[in-house]
Design a protein around this ligand. Structure first.
Ligand code: CUA
Length: 430
């Protein structure tokens, strides 16, 4: 009568739905029949003409009593037996079922595959194959619920619980934690990704970087991210000075900031420096780091923190010559290209722009002046004075094709004269 259940994505979903609908329909039928009859009789036999009618005395009718006892009994037995049979199916995983381990904690789900692969808040399973989930909680009681598969089971900190299902069609299905477990309960979601057998095998044996990373410890993963995310360009791990502070011995250090305050390098400072790098600049460095906001999940940030922690005891190389501090120069005596060259050093342009034609993060300065080419938006540019000035002040506005919009703006940090000097310097790099 009423069809409102979610998509049927497992072998026993139709059985669950059938029994559910049957119980609902028959309950609705009798409810309507009984209350309908009551209302109908109230209307037909209502008190009329101000006269009371004498109610006739009816004695027991054995036939009627037998019917209203036997029929509901049969219906109830039928519902109980059918329900038990379906329940038995749901509780009995087939022997050949693939085994997955599930760990719930506040507020996430982690899944582990037979070959050691781990995933977070997402589980990939092959279509047409029974999968058994053996579940345990790390903290409080959670509950594993995938409506499309018609499975639900509490996940406890004290004992293992199990569910199984055999998906019948590919697709992505929403899973929920369905036991109130704390403030993050409503966000404790996961998805069940049902794919073809071939796709599952490929996915399971994927040895791509992402997969390798999922199997690494936090420190190791942090080290991989350090290279992959190009932190390596600006932060050394041996104490040598690059564009940004070295990671060696950084953990726990008290850093003086450009605004005169002091900060201890801890988890929060590192996270804030990754997400919002120009907020707390260490004295002696420029606001040059692009923000990684929205680009690194919290697991990656944690991994980088672990990596930086692991470098706490790294001995620091003797402070090598800081090119700027070591050579105080009288700037008024410099020619524009000389001043430009000094500024390029000071602002660490070299971290992203080579002068030897190598492609780094940004275009090389070699032969840049007067170069013509295409921008990322398809229009063309010519690197004249105006274009270069604009690129220094508003770098994101005219990004050259093939490069990412990652340069910070130098608006307000360079005078007109300084910009002209940098352009004069670029002219000399051929
Ligand atoms: Cu976990 Cu609710």
């Amino acid at each position: 009568m009423f069809r409102y259940l979610p998509e049927q994505a497992s072998t026993f979903a139709p059985d669950v739905d059938w029994i559910h609908h049957w119980i609902t329909d028959i309950s609705v039928f009798f409810t309507v029949a009984i209350f309908g009859a009551a209302v109908l009789f109230a209307i037909i036999y209502r008190r009329r003409d101000g006269k009371d009618h004498k109610t006739p005395q009816i004695l027991g009718d054995h036939k009627l009593e037998a019917i209203w006892t036997v029929v509901p009994t049969i219906i109830c037995i039928f519902v109980a037996v059918e329900g038990l049979l379906v329940y038995r199916d749901i509780r009995t995983p087939p022997d050949k079922a693939m085994e997955l381990s599930v760990t719930a904690d506040q507020f996430s789900w982690s899944f582990e595959y037979p070959n050691g692969k781990k995933t977070l808040n997402e589980v990939t399973v092959p279509v047409g194959e029974p999968v058994r989930f053996t579940m345990r909680s790390k903290d409080v009681i959670h509950s594993f619920f995938v409506p499309a598969m018609r499975v639900k089971s509490d996940v406890l900190p004290s004992i293992f619980t199990r569910v199984w299902f055999e998906p019948v069609k590919t697709g992505r299905y929403q899973g929920y934690c369905t036991e109130y477990c704390g403030a993050g309960h409503s966000t404790m979601l996961f998805s069940v990704n049902v794919v073809s057998g071939a796709e599952y095998d490929r996915w399971l044996n994927d040895d791509s970087q992402e997969f390798m990373m999922s199997r690494m410890g936090a420190e190791e993963k942090g080290m991989a991210l350090y290279e992959q995310q190009n932190c390596i360009t600006c932060h050394s791990v041996d104490g040598s000075r690059k564009v940004g502070p070295s990671f060696a011995g950084l953990w726990g250090k008290k850093e003086k900031l450009t605004d005169g305050t002091e900060v201890t390098v801890d988890e929060n400072y590192i996270e804030s420096s990754i997400v919002n790098p120009n907020l707390q600049i260490v004295m002696g460095y420029g606001p040059l780091m692009p923000s990684y906001e929205g680009q690194l999940p919290i697991e990656d940030i944690k991994a980088l923190i672990s990596y930086i922690k692991s470098l706490e005891k790294t001995t620091i190389a003797p402070a090598s010559a800081d090119p700027v501090a070591a050579a105080p120069v009288d700037r008024s005596k410099l020619t524009p290209p000389e001043l430009g060259k000094l500024l390029v050093q000071e602002k660490a342009c070299g971290a992203c722009h080579s002068v030897d034609g190598n492609k780094l993060i940004g275009p090389t300065f070699k032969g840049l002046y007067g170069r013509k080419g295409k921008l990322a938006d398809g229009s063309s540019y010519e690197a004249d004075d105006e274009y270069l000035k604009h690129s220094i002040l508003e770098p994101m506005a005219q990004v050259v094709e093939g490069f990412a919009p990652s340069m910070p703006s130098f608006q307000g940090q360079l005078s007109e004269e300084e910009i002209a000097s940098i352009i004069a310097y670029i002219k000399t790099v051929n």
